[in-house]
Design a protein around this ligand. Structure first.
Ligand SMILES: [Zn+2]
Length: 399
């Protein structure tokens, strides 16, 4: 086809016949005079020296070529659900952009928008840290002396209040039922004692407390270490594991480093939960590239009798995912300009689109498509929930 066209379209500038060579300047492939391009590497068959105009022409034609591909892809994708995938796997590829690259670009664009938007920043004002410290029975402090009264002056806790009450009652009933009150006090004391003991040990000699922890074989060892590190980070401006290593002789083992880094992450999460949620969501576009290949196995199973390969199904899910990103990006822009929240509407649009795409691409009847649609959506939701849990758990420990 290219040869026939080449004969008629004797063109201008560097494509003129007089500049045609007999061997490709790029790869050395033997060329005929009617080859406008090298059939091997597709470089233009021209021996003409580049002048600035040729150079710019080449640049702009590449750009326009890319643009027209992009527009063709967008148009086909939005207007004809499923058709673009069908075209692509049937070999009409040069007119569309590569599905993987297309999805990657959209994911990247979406990532930029979400990061820029930081829609969850209001969560940062939750003051989770204050809440955690208020619910914890004994206030944390390291490097202060074992002076309980000073501690209670700074942060009077409920227990201290109760004791004060009990003492005043005891004074009034000097000769009365002191025994009951005493045993009550004793009971409350024992309740708080275990925690108190651990805390005071930790305070009195942190290095020693930690080395004790190291020999402990209990299952809560990791959490105890994290609690220890939490105090270091909160109360002793320990910033890095090296600080903990030099100041508290925390040995540099893998487990210790992991406990420290997890604590550090958790600390940052608690400090700015909104930013964390946002940063984690911003990772989603890239998680997609692990998620979709997994999900595609289920599409493959649902349409096992179709003559499509796994890759065909994968391209189908790439195309649909791309459209979802396009809709989400549109929604983001509209919300940004008008201060609306249109994500729900766009998700409904997408579910209609997806159904149409499945109908067109797999060419099955409405009933069969509904069944498979419901099946695949259930699987998708299930996998997505697991992925989200793993993602958030993972990101909480590695933030
Ligand atoms: Zn060549």
């Amino acid at each position: 086809m290219a040869k026939e066209k080449g004969k008629k379209l004797i063109t201008k500038g560097r494509y003129e016949l007089e500049f045609r060579g007999t061997a490709c300047l790029n790869c050395g492939h033997i060329l005929h005079l009617d080859d406008k391009y090298c059939p091997n590497c597709s470089q233009a068959n021209s021996t003409k020296k580049l002048v600035l105009k040729d150079f710019l022409d080449e640049f702009f034609s590449n750009l326009i070529n890319y643009d027209s591909k992009l527009l063709a892809t967008l148009y086909a994708m939005v207007i004809k659900p499923g058709t673009i995938t069908r075209d692509y796997i049937n070999g009409k590829r040069i007119r569309y952009t590569n599905p993987f690259r297309f999805l990657l670009s959209l994911a990247f664009l979406y990532f930029l928008l979400v990061t820029y938007g930081n829609a969850f920043s209001n969560l940062d004002d939750l003051n989770l840290k204050d809440k955690i410290e208020k619910t914890s029975p004994v206030s944390f402090s390291i490097n202060t002396t074992e002076d309980e009264s000073q501690d209670s002056l700074q942060k009077p806790n409920v227990l201290q209040e109760v004791f004060k009450e009990l003492d005043s009652v005891a004074e009034v009933e000097e000769n009365g039922n002191l025994f009951v009150l005493d045993s009550l006090k004793h009971f409350i004391n024992t309740k708080a004692n275990e925690k108190r003991l651990a805390d005071s040990l930790r305070r009195a000699n942190p290095s020693h407390y930690f080395s004790e922890l190291e020999t402990d074989t209990g299952s809560s060892r990791f959490l105890d270490k994290m609690e220890f590190f939490w105090e270091l980070i909160e109360k002793d401006s320990i910033k890095t594991f090296e600080d903990a290593n030099t100041k508290y002789k925390v040995s540099s083992t893998f487990a210790n480093r992991m406990a420290f880094n997890s604590t550090k992450s958790a600390n940052r999460v608690v400090e700015q939960p909104g930013t964390w949620v946002n940063d984690t969501i911003a990772k989603l576009p890239f998680v997609i590239f692990f998620f979709l290949p997994l999900f595609t196995i289920f599409i493959y199973v649902a349409y096992i009798r179709k003559k499509y390969t796994y890759t065909d199904h994968l391209i189908f899910s790439f195309h649909n995912q791309s459209l979802l990103f396009i809709l989400l990006i549109l929604s983001w822009i509209i919300d940004f300009i008008f201060d609306w929240s249109t994500a729900g509407i766009f998700l409904i649009l997408f579910s209609i689109y997806l159904f149409q795409a499945m109908r067109k691409f797999y060419g099955q009847g409405i009933f069969k498509t509904i069944v498979k649609y419901l099946f695949l959506n259930s699987v998708f939701t299930f996998l997505a929930i697991i992925t989200l849990i793993l993602l958030f758990a993972g990101s909480g420990f590695t933030y």
